[in-house]
Design a protein around this ligand. Structure first.
Ligand code: NAD
Length: 330
């Protein structure tokens, strides 16, 4: 099936082509993001394959539908970038990748926590310059600390399991509590109680209307002073301006994010030779107790391989008229 693949980086091309080996879909790789301006490049493509920062709103979907697209396949778990109701109205099916190595994201969240708490990135920059001074590099033991997990689904549960291994006390918040989390010794709390007692808070819930800015100024006023916040889920869960204020006052003791509210115009590109116009991200990276990575938590050989295989399988199933197991309801 002729498929336009937007936001195609080198690794997308290589690994999607590998997954397509012997299957034979005609893949048209497009490096630009999908937007109203670039949608015409998918003309004549029955399927369109997108990633998290592509714009798949009603306006874009209308163009795609007019051009003959009948399937949108996102190479991600999250689908907050897709107007699924508009797609359904226009007769376009939407599929995602429900299951791919949740370990990739959970392990990265732990890595971010260690890096920000123990100042590993700062220390590495120092030693490269021949500075072996320890001043400013002191962290705290994770053992015995309370870790709050918001969203104890696939990724949150693995993150919690790893933190249990560090000897942390686990508290969680989820609309659907699980025995698996409680079996780790985790205790479910309301979100306010969780914020008030946690030394570390890690976000693992999806971005929905109900979770937009779940960490806002009011929530930050409730956190235990000096709390470290980790976000590997979606940027919109956090009110970034409020976080900057909380970092300035010391209410927030550290921040490590792999996702950022305004990441669409920044992430997955090399902007090192340009003037970055986003003052908020520039302010964030200027803090010594902040680490920002560019949405790479999923980026392991295992996860990407699975994402590409599932995407190709979904396109094949659609072509054969079979039920779409990873279909997003409209
Ligand atoms: P999941 O569906 O298994 O778990 C999400 C959990 O959040 C569920 O248990 C759900 O009940 C819970 N939840 C929903 N609404 C909630 C609310 N209002 N308050 C508290 N909890 C709520 O999903 P997952 O596979 O664990 O992925 C979690 C998120 O991680 C995804 O939605 C995605 O945004 C993000 N993600 C990020 C990356 C990355 O590379 N940074 C990669 C994959 C996924």
């Amino acid at each position: 099936m002729k498929t336009a693949v937007f936001s195609a980086r080198r690794y997308d091309k290589t690994m999607l082509a590998q997954a397509n080996d012997g299957v034979g879909h005609a893949l048209l790789f497009i490096e630009e993001r999908l937007t109203v301006q670039t949608a015409s490049q998918a003309a004549g493509c029955m399927a369109v394959c997108v990633f998290v920062n592509d714009t798949v709103d009603a306006a874009v979907l209308e163009i795609l539908a007019r051009q003959g697209t009948r399937l949108v396949a996102t190479r991600s778990t999250g689908y907050n970038h897709i107007d699924a109701a508009a797609a359904r109205r226009l007769g376009i099916e939407v599929v995602r990748v429900t299951d791919y190595s949740p370990n990739s994201v959970a392990e990265f969240a732990v890595g971010l926590l260690l890096a920000v708490n123990r100042k590993i990135a700062r220390a590495s920059v120092r030693t490269r310059e021949g500075n072996f001074d320890l001043d400013g590099l002191m962290g705290f033991d994770l053992h015995g600390k309370t870790v709050g997990v918001i969203g104890t689904g696939k990724i949150g549960l693995i993150f919690a399991r790893i933190m249990a291994g560090f000897g942390c006390t686990l508290v969680g918040h989820d609309l659907y509590p699980t025995q698996a989390f409680e079996a780790l010794g985790g205790r479910y709390l309301g979100v306010d109680e969780l914020l008030a007692c946690s030394d570390v808070v890690s976000l693992h819930c999806p971005l929905l209307d109900a979770t937009h800015h779940i960490v806002d100024a009011a929530a930050l006023a409730r956190v235990k002073r000096g709390c470290v916040l980790i976000n590997t889920s979606r940027g919109g869960l956090v009110d970034t301006d409020a976080v900057v204020q909380a970092l300035k006052t010391g209410q927030l003791g550290g921040l490590a994010i792999d996702v950022y509210e305004q990441e669409a115009s920044l992430f997955f590109q090399d902007l090192s030779s340009t003037i970055i116009l986003d003052d908020v991200i520039q302010r964030l990276v200027s803090f010594p107790n902040v680490i920002v990575t560019g949405h790479q938590a999923f980026f392991t050989v295992e996860a990407i391989g699975q994402i590409m295989r599932t995407t190709i399988d979904s396109i094949s199933a659609f072509e054969r008229g079979e039920a779409l197991v990873n279909r997003i309801p409209g």
